[in-house]
Design a protein around this ligand. Structure first.
Ligand code: ZN
Ligand code: ZN
Length: 337
């Protein structure tokens, strides 16, 4: 997952303070606007149980902001700078672009904040700009709306263990960021049942880049990006119903008389936006026992890293490349943090 910095009223400013109070400090009552949002967004907010009250922020129109905003992906983390300190941390749920909705959410502000994003787990961190900038190697002053560069993340992670831990250290408090992993795991649960029941005529093996299939509309239980149960089932068949983390892991015999295994997208589907070709290809799907599958989603960073490193073999890396998916181990691990 990527990290972003957001200026949210760098200098004392009543308008910005009011906006922060209404949609960052407190959740905004979104229920009356739900019908104006795309079906997909409604679904994500319902899924995250944020369909009545939700944290929201928006970026001003402009090409640089648009480029940054368009990369925001579910699970990405956002750090807000306000009045001389890094004040809040939030986790992205979904984004939407709408001038009309922005005007309703921030009615007293004349600025156009149409690049909207919805968040969960927004919390105060209150880290002085000096302390934060020193650790992350930024020059003085607030930064614009931008991703935190990978090199900076690496430096800080090496020193503190993770960005979260650096924030906990600097803010001197523990963070609550668990919900998003639970959402992903919850989202996938329905898909596993579909995969387990999937009949298959021919195993699908992808060795060419696959175009990104169009997103599904309403009623899609599997989140933002469509997953093909036949490909998932193919991955399990190709691995002979074994857990790829450890071939000796036993599960139980399912209704079809086969060992029960789950399909997991190693490069997470939530990262689709940052790739030009579909992540839903057989080579990106691993067969895991339910225990390892929960662990890769819900384990601590050491647990996740150990599983990812084992699964991300040289062969897999090469095969992913053939499908137009280029990613290093370090980048992959970051997608899980
Ligand atoms: Zn999974
Ligand atoms: Zn296992």
């Amino acid at each position: 997952m990527a990290w972003y910095l957001v200026p949210a009223g760098a200098k004392k400013n009543n308008e910005a303070a009011r906006n922060r109070k209404n949609t960052l400090e407190n959740k905004y009552f979104i229920a009356p606007l739900m019908n104006e949002l795309e079906d997909e967004i409604q679904e994500i907010l319902r899924f995250a149980e944020q369909d009545e009250y939700v944290y929201i922020w928006g970026a001003k129109t402009g090409p640089v902001n648009e480029r940054t905003w368009s990369k925001l992906t579910q699970g990405d983390k956002v750090i807000f700078y306000a009045e001389e300190s890094y004040a809040y941390l939030g986790v992205i749920l979904a984004t939407t672009r709408s001038k009309e909705i922005a005007e309703k959410i921030w009615p007293s502000d004349t600025t156009n904040f149409e690049f909207i994003y919805f968040m969960t787990d927004v919390q105060r961190i209150d880290i002085s700009a000096e302390a934060f900038n020193a650790e992350f190697g930024y020059p003085k002053g607030p930064q614009g709306f931008q991703p935190i560069a990978l090199q900076r993340i690496e430096v800080v992670s090496n020193k503190f263990g993770s960005i979260e831990q650096s924030i906990e250290y600097m803010a001197n408090k523990s963070l609550e960021i668990s919900e998003i992993n639970l959402i992903t795991a919850k989202e996938e649960a329905g898909f596993q049942d579909e995969v387990d029941n999937q009949k298959i005529n021919k195993v699908i093996e992808d060795n060419l880049p696959r175009e990104i299939p169009p997103k599904t509309n309403t009623g899609n239980k599997n989140g933002q990006n469509k997953r093909d149960p036949e490909r998932a089932k193919s991955a399990i068949l190709l691995n002979d119903y074994k857990c790829e983390f450890n071939l000796s892991h036993e599960t139980f015999i399912n209704r079809k008389g086969k060992p029960y295994m789950e399909a997991h997208h190693l490069v997470p589907m939530s990262a689709q936006k940052t790739f030009s070709y579909s992540l839903d290809v057989t080579v990106n799907i691993v067969s895991l026992c339910p225990n390892c599958h929960r662990a890769i989603h819900l384990g601590n960073s050491a647990v996740k890293e150990r599983i990812i490193e084992k699964l991300f073999t040289k062969d897999r890396k090469r095969n992913l490349k053939k499908c137009g998916i280029n990613i290093t181990t370090e980048e992959l691990i970051l997608k899980y943090t």
